[in-house]
Design a protein around this ligand. Structure first.
Ligand code: 3H9
Length: 697
């Protein structure tokens, strides 16, 4: 018997136990082992039923994603499932942890399913740009009905065991020892002479759906809107529809065709890249996982403004006590009231309970004295973005901060090393760049200064996950990874305005590419006054933006910026007043205007990101190209189905990328177009950013 799949006999029940750490992915060794185990149990006359369980932290978490893109090895999962479903002896799946994707499909091929209360089940394939390709689109609707199957498969979100039980996915919830319960359930099935229930034979719910053709039409329209640009949800709906139009075997063949189309698509390649990129981002080559962590039981946030309040909520949400500090009582009261209002809003929308509001507020303690930070293991300053102010504040707090505590600065641009040097503990200082709104955005740039100790970095990477963030490490430079690249992107967005575009044209091209919004709607949302003030401090000008600010057009908050906004409406409306300013400034700069198509808009904005990203990589600011992708997808709404800017460049081809960058450079489009040496080197060697990441792993 293969090492990963073991069979033992308990009474008349064969226990098939799988152990393929870390998540029992259904790779070839597991598939072979499962098939052999089922055949062995069928052949053994002592066996009257089979209990299928997994060891370790979870039931099968799905097919082995790292096998995708390689030639399929027999037996493929659906072939194993056929043998399981046709097995003349009942098979009972005992589920703990997460039964996901191929894992849930395996359970659906069993005759009965039981689960522990904490288990979760789901078909998350859509998040990898594919569909459940081992019968999930054919079996799930037969069990739970088409509308619920569409929702589970198209969102990919898992459900808890209790809900799965109510929906009929799971037959029974069991407490205590799952292995023993699964064996007992299997023995009971035999003793009671219960039938072999094959999901494939249950047709009532899909026949019902076949009489409602609007169901599929409406689902297609809904997911075209909420998953704009994604191919997979539409294919998922087609596969489920097939279950209502043809018999089970034909439906399985249709599912396979649609699965293969998606698996071979650029979108799936991008989404699978992103799955691994996200997990890779928390690995830091010179900081081994065994690095000891500092304790983190109490946090202090200094500054109760929008940012500080949002940051504090993350910790309270995770059950970590927080002291929220302000210089004066009014600001503190205002900050606390805003947090309460946010929580109450969430409770009204049903996201949390009224009791949760009180529990979380109870974890937030207001403070006015510097000494209030003295019990904190982590102090995060979130005061106004000003170097002198931040240094002064940390110097004042120094004497109250306990030895070993971590001091974090929430800055999006300032030099973390300079801030660290102003304290008596530079090794304990780190940058934590939260994105706004800080209680919502998942990205956290963790900025490692030259003196930051390794255990401080390791503790902060862990802390980020504890509060539900996706941490990505950056070294120190102006704007770190995300905003430094954004600077190059905006440089091009403005260059396009001067050359011939209007804001709505640039935004439409970027929106159609897949971003949640274009650069100018984004500026209007963030507020134009912030960058205006920074430009003034740095002695820089941006005539179009400056003129809008001089007119008091600060974006959505003033009802006008690059666009106009009707009262109470956030939809950007093109504004002739802006068009006049853009045209005038464009003519001043170039003497003429030209027609610019969507392709050029996208090419210039994306290649600016890629070129700057490559410079960031070669300077060692980012560890990997894939880290940059994670930052752009989570922090800047880059479409995940394109994998992130660096992956997109790889799919475009680095030779073509370089050629276009050189052409913009030669056309005098600015220094931003000096090609990154890394791109030149990789393109010359016919290599990609993915190769670069692999070399450094
Ligand atoms: C599918 O099933 C297709 C079928 O319908 C059709 C087939 C024909 N494969 O996330 P973690 C690795 S598609 C390979 O940090 P957690 C992961 O890379 C699949 N590797 O742990 C990481 O490796 P490393 C549908 C996988 O506790 C390590 O395991 N299923 C897979 O935070 C730990 O992962 C899914 O999409 C995999 N399937 O979360 C579920 N899964 O340590 C994907 C994980 O080297 N998985 N790894 O970085 C998850 O959502 C989470 O991993 C899970 C655990 C919730 C299970």
């Amino acid at each position: 018997m293969s090492e990963v799949v073991r069979v033992s006999l308990e009474g008349n029940v064969a226990v098939v136990s799988v152990n393929n750490p870390p998540v029992n992915a259904l790779g070839i060794a597991v598939r072979l082992g499962l098939r052999r185990a089922i055949r062995q149990a069928i052949a053994d006359d002592r066996v009257q039923a089979i209990a299928l369980v997994c060891e370790g932290r979870t039931f099968f978490a799905g097919a082995d994603i790292s096998e995708f893109g390689k030639p399929p090895t027999s037996p493929i999962l659906r072939e194993v499932h056929e043998e399981m479903e046709d097995c003349p002896k009942p098979i009972v799946a005992g589920i703990h942890g997460t039964a996901l994707g191929g894992g849930l499909e395996t359970a659906l091929a069993c005759h009965y399913r039981i689960a522990v209360p904490g288990a979760r089940v789901g078909l998350p394939e859509v998040k990898l740009g594919i569909l459940p390709g081992a019968g999930g689109t054919q079996r799930l609707p037969r069990l739970v009905g088409v509308p619920k199957a569409i929702e589970m498969i198209c969102t990919g979100d898992p459900i808890g065991a209790r809900q799965a039980h109510e929906m009929g996915v799971v037959d029974e919830i069991v407490e205590g020892d799952l292995r023993a319960a699964t064996v007992a359930f299997a023995a009971r099935v035999v003793a009671e002479g219960r039938p072999l229930v094959k999901v494939r034979d249950r047709n009532r719910l899909i026949e019902e759906a076949a009489r409602q053709p609007d169901l599929f039409h409406n689902a297609r329209a809904h997911y075209a809107k909420v998953k704009r640009g994604f191919l997979a949800p539409q294919h998922c709906i087609s596969a489920i529809e097939a279950a209502t139009q043809m018999d089970f075997d034909a439906g399985m063949r249709r599912e396979r065709e649609l699965f293969t189309e998606l698996l071979e698509s650029a979108q799936s390649a991008a989404q699978r890249h992103f799955f691994f990129a996200e997990r890779q981002a928390s690995k830091i080559p010179d900081i081994p996982p065994s690095t000891p962590r500092r304790p983190l039981d109490q946090v202090a946030i200094v500054g109760a403004g929008t940012m500080g309040g949002g940051i504090a909520m993350n910790f309270a949400n995770a059950g970590i006590p927080v002291v929220l500090l302000e210089a004066n009582k009014e600001a503190l009261d205002r900050g606390m009231a805003t947090i309460r209002r946010n929580y109450e809003g969430s409770a009204k929308r049903g996201r949390i309970s009224a009791a949760d509001v009180e529990t979380r507020m109870g974890l937030l303690k207001p403070g006015l004295q510097p000494s209030d930070v003295s019990n904190a293991d982590l102090i995060i300053e979130a005061v106004f973005e000003n170097m002198a102010l931040k240094k002064q504040l940390l110097t004042r707090l120094d004497q109250h901060i306990k030895p070993g505590a971590i001091v974090a600065t929430n800055t999006s641009t300032l030099d973390v090393d300079e801030i660290a040097r102003a304290t008596v503990r530079p090794a304990s200082v780190i940058g934590l760049h939260f994105f706004s709104p800080a209680n919502v955005m998942r990205l956290l740039e963790v900025v490692r200064g030259e003196a930051t100790a390794k255990d401080v970095v390791a503790t902060c990477m862990d802390m980020a996950k504890r509060i539900g963030k996706v941490p990505v490490l950056s070294r120190v430079c102006y704007g770190f990874i995300g905003n430094r690249m954004l600077h190059a992107y905006f440089d091009q967005a403005f260059a396009l305005l001067y050359a011939g575009c209007l804001p709505e044209q640039v935004d439409k091209a970027i929106y159609d590419f897949g971003f949640a919004m274009g650069p100018f709607a984004m500026s209007d949302l963030a507020g134009l006054d912030v960058s205006w003030r920074i430009r003034q401090e740095r002695g820089e000008t941006q005539p179009i933006a400056d003129r809008l600010c001089e007119l008091g057009r600060f974006g959505q908050k003033t009802g006008a910026g690059y666009f106009r906004y009707a009262e109470g409406n956030r939809t950007p409306q093109p504004d002739p007043e802006v068009a006049a300013i853009v045209e005038e400034e464009g003519l001043k700069r170039h003497g003429k205007r030209r027609e610019i198509g969507a392709d050029e808009i996208v090419s210039r904005c994306m290649l600016a990101l890629v070129n700057e990203g490559a410079k960031i990589l070669e300077e060692g600011i980012a560890l990997r190209a894939s880290d940059i992708d994670v930052i752009y997808v989570y922090g800047y709404s880059f479409p995940v189905y394109r994998g992130g800017p660096m992956f997109w460049a790889g799919q475009t081809g680095l030779d073509k990328v370089l050629e276009a960058i050189k052409a913009y450079h030669d056309a005098g489009c600015g220094d931003v177009w000096r090609p990154a040496r890394l791109i030149e080197r990789l393109a010359a060697a016919g290599r990609s950013f993915a190769d670069y990441d692999k070399d450094r792993a």
